[in-house]
Write a protein that binds this ligand. Structure first.
Ligand code: 1PR
Length: 545
């Protein structure tokens, strides 16, 4: 089998990239020393996280010279995400750290005035009109396909600037900013998106690169459209736990109660790996696994969960999030294991993001107790420093506490259209830990602002009152959270019909919407939801065969 060399500098999920390449019939050789680069025919430089952190790692490890030499020799080179960014002159993320300067230009942060940053989700990579007019495709990129991006900094696109120097550029649009999605010339190809997370469209690009097919006939040469922007993200979520027979199963609760009303058994809705694959093939834009009894177990000993990730990432090429038990813990032999080490285990097994629940609430309490002082030691801070903010999701499990008047509590309240049991017109959202079992003296507004300050990249916003209710999302909660922070929000809990997805995308500025029970019970597929949204004019991504 032909060999591909991959540089692993322990920054995020390289497992999925390796899986994607192996699926295409190639063998991976890991570069662990700068000298190994001399033997590389095709070299891939993956990267997530901070530009400066990556460049410093490369330079301290002695990789920069050999990478440049490989590129100058004319041998195939692919840079992914920060691997693309490294080819430019520098980035506003770390202005004092130079890039390789092989391509002119610098990365700027997206403007977050009117949109969430980081830019997370499926967007275009449409090649310039000149190339498209020739009815051919650059490394298999198609104007009709969508690709998975996750980044806060991008290279602004200026028409003709790169093309004048012989570069072919594929662009995407976020808000009103057009940026470089992919760029290539001669032996060099670089993508801001993650091909290994972009389903069949991404595998097609990897295949074309590995086979050295720069251009191929495709399309009818009609004008591309790169102005559509981000698609509406629809996510399937799998709550996983051990049932009474000791098997890991997908389950689903009503207001977090996962036992059948009649027999008291844990609801068993299927096998996690099989269900993840099914949702991938239905077009789910991401898959989220929540280990919902993690607070009882030591995650280090919870090898089956790691195995679920490993097996899922062999065939599922969209982002995988894992939640439950991401916190400092003690191994079965008494060794202390940091939250960062726990997260690293999951990233190495194929996770792209970790989701932190209970530990985030405790960390936020300490943050306020110390007068909003960042300690640098929390799970959120340490994991986002090592793997980038985009890798850290905070899962919030709030429930409504009704009050009669705004001054009945110090907490951040909203006036609700749905009064409480005694006709109360106000409520606040109490944060809980341990899967809703323990309420804390903290409201959701406090929590999300604190974790944003700590470096969380995204919020998974559940709602205990709505969970399993099939009555639609809690739009009031979503509005309130969206207006408090700039990072993206995934709305969760309550979806029972495709119309609920339309409602949440129509009536709030949510960045993504998640469903569980309606998919697990087979009432609707992810595809049904996407078709429904598409028929009503929303931009969605469909699974490509
Ligand atoms: O606290 O860091 O160990 O993380 C535990 C994680 O497990 C948290 O993300 C928490 O939300 C989750 N969790 C704990 N207990 C439960 C439970 O259900 N008993 N599940 C639980 C949370 C909520 C969503 C659900 C949506 C959509 N599940 O994941 O999928 O509400 O459901 P629907 O569409 O059917 O309404 P830590």
């Amino acid at each position: 089998m032909p060999t591909v060399h991959l540089l692993d500098y322990v920054a995020g999920n390289v497992r999925s990239l390796a899986n994607a390449i192996e699926k295409l019939g190639y063998t991976i050789e890991w570069i662990r020393d700068p000298k190994d680069i001399e033997h590389a025919e095709s070299l891939i430089l993956p990267g997530v996280g901070h530009f400066g952190h990556c460049m410093t790692q490369f330079s301290q490890g002695g990789y920069l010279g050999p990478i440049r030499k490989h590129i100058d020799s004319g041998k195939p080179f692919l840079g992914i995400c920060v691997g693309l960014q490294a080819l430019f002159e520098g980035s506003a993320e770390n202005p004092n750290i130079p890039g390789l300067a092989i391509i002119p230009g610098k990365l700027l942060r997206f403007d977050d005035q009117n949109k969430s940053v980081p830019h997370i989700g499926w967007n275009s990579a449409a090649t310039s009109a000149r190339d498209s007019a020739k009815a051919r495709s650059f490394y298999g990129l198609r104007d009709t396909s969508k690709y998975y991006y996750v980044h806060a900094y991008a290279v602004p696109y200026e028409e003709g600037l790169f093309e004048r120097h012989g570069w072919t550029v594929a662009t995407a649009k976020y808000g009103d900013e057009i940026f470089v999605g992919a760029i290539g010339r001669d032996n060099i190809l670089a993508t801001q998106f993650h091909p290994e997370k972009s389903g069949i469209a991404g595998l097609r690009l990897l295949k074309a690169f590995l086979e050295g097919r720069r251009w191929e006939a495709w399309g009818d040469g009609s004008r591309l459209d790169n102005s559509q922007g981000l698609t509406r993200r629809v996510i399937a979520c799998l709550d996983v736990r051990t049932n009474d027979q000791g098997d890991l199963v997908v389950t689903k609760g009503d207001q977090y109660d996962v036992r059948e009303r009649s027999e008291g058994q844990i609801r068993n809705l299927g096998k996690p790996v099989d269900m993840a694959r099914k949702y991938y093939e239905q077009g789910s834009d991401e898959i989220t696994f929540l280990n919902i009894t993690s607070f009882r177990n030591c995650p280090i000993a919870d090898l089956p969960m790691l195995e679920i990730l490993r097996r899922t990432s062999e065939n599922v090429f969209v982002p995988l999030t894992i939640g439950g038990g991401i916190r400092e813990t003690v191994d079965t032999d008494g060794t202390k294991v940091s939250a960062l080490e726990v997260a690293t285990l999951y990233f190495k097994s194929g996770a792209d993001k970790v989701s932190i629940g209970s530990d985030a609430v405790i960390a936020a309490e300490e943050y306020f107790a110390k007068g909003k002082l960042l300690s640098g030691k929390t799970a959120i801070e340490t994991i986002s420093a090592a793997y980038g903010n985009q890798a850290v999701v905070v899962s919030v499990d709030p429930k409504r506490i009704y009050v009669e008047s705004p001054d009945a509590t110090n907490h951040h309240i909203i006036r609700t259209k749905y009064p409480g049991p005694r006709g109360e017109e106000y409520c606040w959202y109490q944060c809980t830990i341990k899967g809703g079992r323990e309420g804390r003296d903290m409201d959701v507004h406090q929590l999300v602002t604190a974790v944003e300050a700590m470096g969380a990249g995204e919020i998974l916003l559940n709602c205990i009152d709505k969970d399993g209710s099939n009555s639609g999302f809690d739009l009031e909660l979503i509005h309130d959270v969206k207006s408090s922070i700039r990072i993206p929000v995934i709305s969760s809990s309550g979806a029972g019909h495709p119309a609920h997805f339309e409602e949440v995308f129509q009536q709030t500025s949510t960045d993504a919407a998640l469903g569980a029970g309606m998919f697990h019970r087979g009432e609707y597929t992810v595809r049904n939801v996407k078709d429904y949204l598409a028929a009503r004019g929303f931009l969605v991504r469909h699974f490509e065969d």
